[in-house]
Design a protein around this ligand. Sequence first.
Ligand SMILES: [Zn+2]
Length: 277
Amino acid sequence: MLRQVADGVRVHESEFCQSNAVVVQGQGGVLLIDAGVLDDELTCIANDLADSGQTVAAGFSTHPHWDHLLWHPRLGAAPRYGTARCAATVRERLPDARAKARVAEAMIPPDIVEQVPLDLLGLIAGLPAGTAQIPWDGPLVRIIEHQAHASGHAALLIEESGVLVAGDMLSDVLIPMLDLNGADPIEDYLAALRLLDGMAGDAGVVVPGHGSVGGAEEVRARIGQDRAYVHALHEGEVVSDSRIGPRAKDGWDWVAGVHERQLQRLAQASDRDRTPR
Ligand SMILES: [Zn+2]
């Protein structure tokens, strides 16, 4: 079911990790951002659109992780975009059907893998580097590219309605998940938060890739909470964060494990830096 979060912007929340698909109303169709995960949910979005006489005019993936790269035949053959870096990463990791099968085996939880339609996984075109807005016939959707969480990650700001589509950042259930393969994961994350902070005044609604939709006050609160987490992680301080530990939402206790792994990887990296070569 699609739920309206602002004028001309609707959201479908998946049963899988509270993943949010975003539908933006355009002139001749809709823009579908991070379409969704489970077959029946993607079908549900397609049905809702068909029932209201809408077609999909364009798609966009916020970043090159499998749960943001899915599509369904019923959604049609509209162009699907990502940033140039996002598309390059997808080409590298998903060159063929065998790679898709490997992703299915390694990344997708076994209990849902049968329900995830993989045929159209990752079929996105990269927009030229520096593209400022999504090319489509609808409200201006600004692309805010940065290097936090994943290579070529982009947040989107739908200016007219003040909706910030945050991709895998600014979640109320997931801590900042750093791109530990990046050159400087901590600084990349902080730089991205600065970018988002710079446009927080234009955002009255935040839609995270996973978690609850928030209002204007949540935009700044979540930026502050994410910044505090990243600083504490970097300094090796005890992290007090409602998303891990006893205050974590039901079903999200695994996030504490993500935190532990990030701590370990960063400690290993700083050990390496101190080792004379
Ligand atoms: Zn992700």
